[in-house]
Design a protein around this ligand. Structure first.
Ligand code: GDP
Length: 460
């Protein structure tokens, strides 16, 4: 509920640490009564008179009974995560104590927070813009170096800054064009058309880069389903073991996957490669005509990338080309990997296969060129853009809005090519501005905000 002053008039509480038992747990309160509610449970200090950014040790009590010895961290509005008064009670991590502290706060007048409500308040109080708030959820969910870095970049405002600069420019030009409209009888042009044209082109290039980065961003955030297929004895198990020995990912919980269809997960260059169970495919002697083909194809279609492994001494160039045609027909992303490069006669095989573009040769058993395979694999799924220093889009909402921005700017550009009058150009510029503002959360209605924040965990 929003109070008269624009701030929230209720105080929320939640356990901020992970569910279950830990050495310590943190219960967080935010709102106008946060300090008062804690104060009543914490006789050691008169918290109401303490300044913000201070820590206080003492016993937490209810009805004269000690619940736990705790440390209370005090933050005063507006210098806190949410912009409101915030109290964090660090207690011992037993589930029983956590529940007792939570219940004591609720009976003192706080209400259980909804998922993401702390961050939602931070957004509503102007502490974060929407893209930064959303990246908090990504940061918490990040489980590789690359996903952590992209989320961190976004939380610290990298993306917002880029959008802001773009908007500033467009606003300036749209203002000038609109000014012209007031003088439409006099046929003046305040907005320098050449400069506007250059700006639109630059903006288009930048927005296009961001839109393109979504593929890479998605790979970084969600990982990529990977299938290693090939005929029996091609060396699939050997390659799998080599990769697992060096790159097995330690992932306790990977979003968006059902455990039983995933065999193993590799972390290569900060990207999670989820190896999908291709047992069905492995059994079949030839990929296409054999029994179970349909099932194999379905499996392969689940894959973001297929590694087709073949024994350089066993497969003919024609057979490989036939395989490539099948992959192309199915629209699959694939890499061709010639294995057993350590066997005698390999050089002849290499010459033979040089007719087929893009083949990588490795020795799964001797670990030959496996690093090169990994590099190519990462480059392939990232669509070439491996640099996580650049702003990368990971959020579907941003992606959709940026596509709208792109379309609007394209219309501005073609409008200028066709010498459309200023009022029509102004419409398209305003449309692009609308979607840029939307990304930062400036035109978002309350239902949409609730939806966005509901995807957070409670306590955040
Ligand atoms: P899968 O049926 O595709 O899983 O193939 P395996 O991994 O079981 O390998 C089949 C045979 O090829 C085994 O005897 C492996 O030791 C051998 N092999 C696998 N990779 C290589 C390699 O790089 N070089 C050589 N010389 N043999 C390999």
């Amino acid at each position: 509920m929003i109070g008269k002053t624009g701030g929230h008039d209720d105080t929320i509480v939640a356990i901020a640490t992970a569910p279950g038992v830990g050495a310590i747990a943190v219960i967080r309160l935010s709102g106008p009564e946060a300090v008062h509610i804690t104060d009543k449970l914490f006789p050691a200090r008169n918290l109401a008179e303490q300044p913000g950014h201070t820590l206080h040790f003492g016993s937490l009590q209810q009805y004269g009974k000690v619940i736990d010895e705790v440390v209370v961290s005090l933050y005063r509005a507006p210098k806190s995560y949410t912009g409101e008064d915030v109290v964090e009670i660090s207690c011992h991590g037993s589930s029983y104590i956590q529940q007792q502290v939570l219940e004591a706060c609720i009976s003192g007048g706080a209400r259980m927070a909804r998922p993401g409500e702390f961050t939602q308040r931070a957004f509503l109080n102007g502490k974060l813009d929407l893209t930064q708030a959303e990246s908090v959820a990504d940061l918490i969910a990040s489980n590789t170096a690359a996903s952590h870095q992209t989320a961190m970049q976004q939380m610290r405002g990298g993306f917002s800054r880029e959008l802001f600069a773009l908007r500033e420019q467009l606003i300036k030009f749209s203002a000038l064009i609109e000014l012209e409209l007031d003088f439409s009888q006099e046929d003046v042009e305040f907005a320098d058309r050449r400069a506007l044209y250059t700006l639109v082109n630059e903006a288009l290039a930048e927005v296009e880069r961001l839109v393109q980065s979504f593929k890479a961003g998605n790979v970084i955030k969600n990982g990529v389903n990977t299938a290693i297929i090939g005929r029996p004895n091609a060396g699939k198990s050997t390659l799998l073991n080599t990769l697992l020995n060096e790159n097995r990912a330690i992932v306790s919980d990977i979003a968006g996957t059902t455990r039983d269809t995933i065999e193993e997960v590799l972390n290569i260059g900060g990207i999670l490669f989820r190896l999908i169970d291709t047992a069905g495919i492995r059994e079949s002697t030839d990929t296409i005509e054999s029994i179970g083909v349909q099932k194999s194809l379905e499996k392969m279609r689940e894959a973001g990338i297929v590694l087709y492994l073949f024994d350089v001494a066993e497969l003919s160039v024609d057979e490989l080309l036939a395989q490539v045609r099948e992959f192309d027909k199915e629209g699959l992303q694939f890499m061709l990997v010639g294995n057993k490069a350590d066997v005698p006669g390999f050089e002849e095989a290499r010459a033979k296969f040089s007719l087929v573009p893009g083949v990588i040769f490795i020795s799964a058993k001797e670990h030959g060129h496996v690093d090169e395979l990994k590099e190519k694999l990462v480059a392939h799924v990232m669509g070439g853009s491996i640099n996580t220093e650049n702003t990368i889009i990971t959020n579907v909402r941003h992606y959709a809005a940026l596509q709208e921005v792109y379309a609007a700017l394209r219309d501005v550009k073609s409008g200028m090519d066709n010498r459309l009058p200023g009022d029509l150009l102004a419409l398209d510029i305003r449309r692009s501005l609308h979607f840029l503002a939307d990304i930062a959360g400036e035109v978002t209605n309350e239902d949409r905000l609730d939806y966005i924040f509901s995807k957070f965990c409670i306590g955040k």
